[in-house]
Structure formats: structure tokens, C-alpha cells
Design a protein around this ligand. Structure first.
Ligand code: ADP
Length: 621
């Protein structure tokens, strides 16, 4: 598929070159989509097809050779010489081997192409996830995205790697044998093919409800996948509430329903499928009586009769393969359609050329936004001058995280604008925006590699010394020293040993290494111990040195030093100013501050009490 399929180019009013990536207006037929994929490896696919044709052509030769040997025995009326027999048998053996070698080359080429295409499709999927708004991609469940990335993509492998060599070979072979039978005698040919329409009719009757059933099967399969992924992701909660896989009703129901559905479907089709596969191979039922009758009537030679019988047997294998492919066509169609649907998700409009920004100050200008139809941000405006520290505070659900995500352009505003250095984030390429803004999220995701590699993600070409310096600046030293492998500890193993605050410090080190001039930090919600809190504060101070910093503060203790604190309530700016100004002017800020201080003291007291209890228990042990 060419890039042009995805993009339309236009110029906006200011003449900036825009590339608007958009979804397809009209869904394309799945076969044309499939051939579109195949065109990514056009040369190899064409060669695979040609080798397949050559293999089929060679496959006819042994039949011809057997016919010639039979002719030698039956028609000449004398015992043929060993040389003559050996000659034809040698040609048959060579042709047979040649046909297998050519078929092997054809499948090697088709598999190389198929897996290259699958790899490029997987890259396209990730590219799509990067370019679609989070709203578009997160509307899909993890289970269904996993289905597309893994199962559906594997489903595309079958048509790409097998359909071209095997299906084209089977069609050509079946057609070639049928033509040959007609050349021998049209009556034999018809008698050979008489059972084929019967078999196909039975097959078609089995397929009558196939489309509907397959759609239901895919729905059930997607659902059970999603439930399984959800169960595994939520295993901590499941265990906490003692919900085993048997007693967790949603999981147990989904697994049972899926089993019942698939078994029911199998039972409803097994008669027609078995009948089809019983009738299709019975070509001899027609050829034998018809051929013998023609032979008795003296219309065909004995060798010709023998050849007709051999060909009638030979047509069975390609016919069976053909029907097996027809049976699988629906799953191929779903695989291709699902992959295409994902690749056609709408993308955020993007400009091509880097914008020239005058500073790294941020301006929120009358921003309005809703995740669906309900607006959650109602005309918010405030500035974060270059190099300043701005804190967003407000009750839960007031819109703090949403504003941060809009700045990082995980979504686009519905109206109004967010500007960096005077340029709207919509008027700069996503890559430029990403190099300008470091977004340190609340749930600090560590990838399944070492802590060192996790930090290095901020700057892939960073040296070990740079990574270590960033880790030290983010106050990671002391807890990394506790790990036997230090920075080279795999994140999976380390993750279990790290607190939320420590994980956030790893993310801060990653952001430091990236060195973006604008930092957006979604603070961890949980209270941490004072030591950890101090360390986080130190690392934030290091991270923010000389940068424009926007902090979503869930814990008010960290914002007293902010240049400007914006208090949000119900998606609107309730007030803004310094800590002292807000303490005197904003009742909401005052009450939040009081609630926070009370909760913090309560949390500390409780921690101290628990510490004592643990100590006591330790003594008893
Ligand atoms: P805060 O960070 O202040 O707690 P949020 O920005 O997370 O608030 O949420 C603002 C509002 O948007 C809330 O009403 C919340 O329920 C809603 N919201 C947040 N994220 C989503 C989402 N992904 N889809 C739909 N609604 C959301």
C-alpha cells in the first residue's frame, strides 16, 4: 500500500503544508486489500506464482510417463524393453522431483514475502497507534488490540504464504487435469466431474449460515480474549477478593459461553462437512463405469482407460485443497478486514514542517474539550511563561490530567488552542512536539528490559555515563544500590521491588535524559513517606532546572514553591496565583490545603503505628 493511500495533502490558510491522514471513505473488498498487501513484495510474490505454475506443469509429466509405459505394454502387443521402461520412469522421477523442488522454492518465496509483509503491517499498526488520538485507540479494549496485532495478523499469513503457491497451484492442476480428461474423451471428463457439483452443493448448504456464524464466532472470540486479558491484568484485585477463575463470574461465563458456542457450531456443520469431504473424492464412481463401457465398445485404448483412471484419482487432491481454502476464506476475510479497519483509524491531522517557536512558554487559550459528547473542559485560559513552574490543583475530576494530555496532544481540543512559543500544538509535527514536551505520567510504565534501557529510552544514543548521571540526578542511586544487578536489573524483577515513588524517579531520569524544554508531570497520587517525597521533590527540581514546568499536583505539599498555581473546578479555572495569594483569596484552595494537611498527618500517624506493630511482631517472631 502506498503512502498516498493514507494521506491527502493540503495547505492551510497560512500556506503551511498539511498532511491529513484519514480513514478510507469506503471499505475496500478484502481481496483487493490482500493484493494491496502482497504488492509490498510484488517481485517475490510474482516469482512465487511462476515457480508454482512451473511446479504444476512438471506435475503433469509423471502422468504422461505412466501413460507411455502403459502404452508400451498394452498397445504394442509385446513386452517392452527395460531401457524403454527405465527411460519413461526416469523422466517421471525427474519431473516429480523437479515439481517438488519448484513448489518448495515457490513456498519459500511466498513465506519470505508473507513474513516481510506481516512485519511491515505490524510497523504500520504501531505507527497508527502513535498517530491516532488516544481517544480513538483507547476506545478499543486491550484484548481486541491484541487480537488485531497478533491473531489477525497471523491470519493474514495463511492467504499470503499459502494461497498464492498452493491455491493457484491447486486451481491450475485441477483445471489442467479436467482439460486433459476432455482431450481424452468428453464423456469420461463429464463422468469424472459428475460428483463434484453434488459435493459442492452439499458444501454450499453447509455454508448457508457460515457468514453469520463466523461473525458471531469472531465476536465471541474477541470477547473471551478481552475478558482473559482483563482477568490477567487485574489478577491482583482478583486475588485480593479471592475470585478464582472458577468463581469470577465474568471470566467463567465467557469461557463457558465460548466453549458452548464453538461446540454448537461444530455439531451443526460436521454432517455437511463430512459429506462434502466424502463425496468430492469419489471421481472414480463415474470414471470407472463410463471408461469401461467406452473400452468395451472399443472407443478407447486400454492405456487411455488407465490414464483416465489415474487422472481421475489425481484430481482429488487439488479439489480437496480448494475446498479447504474455501472453508478458510471467511477467516482470511476477517483477518484482512480487521487489519484494514485498524489501519484505517482516523489520525490526528499533522503538518510536515517543523514550526519555528519563539519561546518554550505555554498558553492555554479558551480550551474546550469533551471525551465524548459531554464537555469536561469549559473554556480554560492561562499562561505558563518560559522557565516558570506552574501547578494545576483541584478536586479529583476537575480536569487537571485532561489539560496535560491535551498539551501532549494525546487528544485535540474541540475548540480554543494550546500554544508553545506562540505556535499551536496542532501546527507542529508530532515529532517536534514530542521533542519539546516530556510527559511524565502517573502510572510510570517500565518496559520489559533493564532499568538502564528504560532510562535510555529518553535518549536512545545516550552513553552509559549519561544514563548513570541522569539516574543519580533523579535520586535513583540509593534504591538502585539495593539491587544486586544495579541499573542492569530487569525492570520486571526490579518493578516488584520498587515503590510507586521509586518508579516515578526512574521516569523522571528518563525525562531528564530526553532534555525536553517543557516538562509535564502528573504527580503520583499516593502519599509516600517523607524521605521518598523529599527525594521525588529533589529529582523534580533537578528535572525542572531552567525548564518550563507544568505539574498536576495531587498532593498540595509539593506546590508551595510554584510561580503560579491554577485552581481548577469542574473544568474551569476557579482562581490562580501564588500559594500565599490563594491562601488568602481562594476558599477552595484553603479547604483543599486543610484537607491535605489533615490527611497527610493522619497517614503519617498511621504509618508510625503500623511501623511499631510490625516491629512488635518482628520481636515476637
Ligand atoms: P483530574 O485529573 O482532575 O482528576 P481528569 O482530567 O482525569 O480529572 O478528568 C476530568 C473529567 O473527564 C472527569 O469527569 C473524568 O471522569 C473525565 N474523564 C477523564 N478521562 C476520561 C476518559 N478517558 N474518557 C472519558 N471521560 C474521561
Amino acid at each position: 500500500m502506498s503512502e498516498d493511500d493514507h494521506m491527502g495533502e493540503s495547505k492551510d490558510s497560512s500556506g503551511v503544508h498539511m498532511v491529513e491522514r484519514r480513514g478510507k471513505a469506503k471499505p475496500r473488498n478484502w481481496l483487493s486489500v490482500l493484493f494491496g498487501y502482497a504488492s509490498r513484495c510484488r517481485g517475490k510474490m510474482a516469482a512465487s506464482f511462476l515457480f508454482s505454475v512451473a511446479s504444476v506443469a512438471c506435475g503433469f509429466v509423471p502422468f504422461w510417463c505412466v501413460y507411455k509405459v502403459l502404452q508400451l505394454f498394452m498397445d504394442a502387443g509385446f513386452v517392452p524393453t527395460a531401457e524403454a521402461i527405465t527411460f519413461w520412469l526416469a523422466i517421471a522421477a525427474l519431473a516429480y522431483m523437479g515439481s517438488k523442488v519448484l513448489f518448495g522454492v515457490s513456498t519459500i518465496l511466498s513465506h519470505i514475502s508473507a513474513y516481510s509483509i506481516l512485519a511491515s503491517l505490524r510497523h504500520d499498526f504501531i505507527d497508527k497507534l502513535m498517530r491516532a488520538s488516544l481517544g480513538t485507540s483507547s476506545a478499543k479494549s486491550v484484548g481486541s488490540v491484541k487480537n488485531v496485532f497478533i491473531d489477525r495478523i497471523e491470519g493474514v499469513e495463511v492467504p499470503l504464504a499459502h494461497m498464492i503457491p498452493e491455491l493457484s497451484g491447486s486451481v491450475l492442476l485441477a483445471a489442467g487435469i479436467a482439460v486433459w480428461l476432455f482431450v481424452i474423451d468428453w464423456r469420461i471428463a463429464l463422468s469424472c466431474l459428475v460428483t463434484v457439483p453434488v459435493g459442492l452443493l452439499v458444501f454450499a448448504s453447509g455454508l448457508a449460515t457460515y457468514n453469520k456464524m463466523y461473525a458471531a464466532y469472531m465476536e465471541q472470540s474477541n470477547y473471551v480474549n478481552s475478558v482473559i486479558v482483563e482477568y490477567i491484568e487485574g489478577i491482583e484485585v482478583v486475588k485480593a477478593f479471592n475470585q478464582t477463575s472458577g468463581s469470577y463470574a465474568k471470566y467463567a461465563d465467557a469461557v463457558r459461553d465460548f466453549k458452548e458456542f464453538t461446540l454448537g457450531w461444530f455439531k451443526s456443520t460436521w454432517v455437511t462437512m463430512n459429506l462434502t469431504f466424502a463425496i468430492l473424492p469419489t471421481t472414480l464412481l463415474g470414471v470407472l463405469p463410463c471408461g469401461l463401457w467406452l473400452f468395451m465398445a472399443g472407443e478407447i485404448a486400454p492405456a487411455t482407460l488407465a490414464l483416465a483412471i489415474i487422472l481421475a484419482l489425481a484430481i482429488v487432491a487439488p479439489l480437496m485443497k480448494l475446498s479447504a481454502f474455501l472453508n478458510e476464506a471467511k477467516s482470511m476475510e476477517f483477518a484482512v478486514t480487521d487489519a484494514e479497519e485498524f489501519l484505517s483509524l482516523p489520525e490526528l491531522p499533522e503538518v510536515c514542517e517543523d514550526a519555528s517557536i519563539s519561546s518554550t512558554g505555554i498558553a492555554f487559550c479558551d480550551v474546550r474539550f469533551g471525551y465524548g459528547d459531554d464537555e469536561v473542559i469549559h473554556g480554560i485560559s492561562f499562561d505558563v511563561p518560559q522557565g516558570s513552574f506552574c501547578a494545576l490543583v483541584g478536586p479529583s475530576g476537575s480536569g487537571k490530567s485532561t489539560l496535560a494530555r491535551l498539551l501532549a496532544r494525546h487528544w485535540d481540543t474541540d475548540s480554543g488552542d494550546i500554544r508553545i512559543g506562540g505556535v499551536s500544538v496542532k501546527d507542529m509535527p508530532l515529532e517536534q512536539l514530542s521533542s519539546l514536551v516530556s510527559y511524565v505520567a502517573q502510572d510510570n510504565y517500565l518496559f520489559d528490559c533493564t532499568l538502564r534501557e528504560n532510562i535510555r529510552m529518553g535518549k536512545p544514543d545516550a552513553t552509559d555515563e549519561e544514563v548513570e548521571a541522569a539516574a543519580a540526578a533523579a535520586s535513583c542511586d540509593e534504591f538502585i544500590a539495593r539491587l544486586t544487578l544495579g541499573l542492569d536489573t530487569p525492570a520486571g524483577a526490579a518493578g516488584r521491588a520498587l515503590s510507586g515513588g521509586e518508579k516515578q524517579r526512574i521516569s523522571i531520569a528518563r525525562a531528564m535524559l530526553k532534555g525536553a524544554p517543557v516538562i509535564v508531570l502528573d504527580e503520583a497520587t499516593a502519599f509516600t513517606d517523607p524521605d521518598n517525597e523529599d527525594k521525588i521533590q529533589q529529582s523534580i527540581n533537578e528535572l525542572a532546572r531552567g525548564k518550563t514546568l507544568l505539574v498536576i499536583a495531587h498532593r498540595l505539599s509539593t506546590v508551595s514553591g510554584a510561580d503560579n498555581i491554577v485552581v481548577l473546578q469542574d473544568g474551569q479555572v476557579q482562581s490562580q496565583g501564588s500559594h500565599e495569594e490563594l491562601l488568602s483569596d481562594s476558599p477552595l484552595y484553603r479547604s483543599m490545603r486543610a484537607a491535605h494537611t489533615g490527611a497527610f498527618e493522619w497517614s503519617q500517624k498511621r504509618r508510625d503505628t503500623e511501623g511499631v506493630t510490625e516491629e512488635k511482631e518482628g520481636c515476637h517472631a
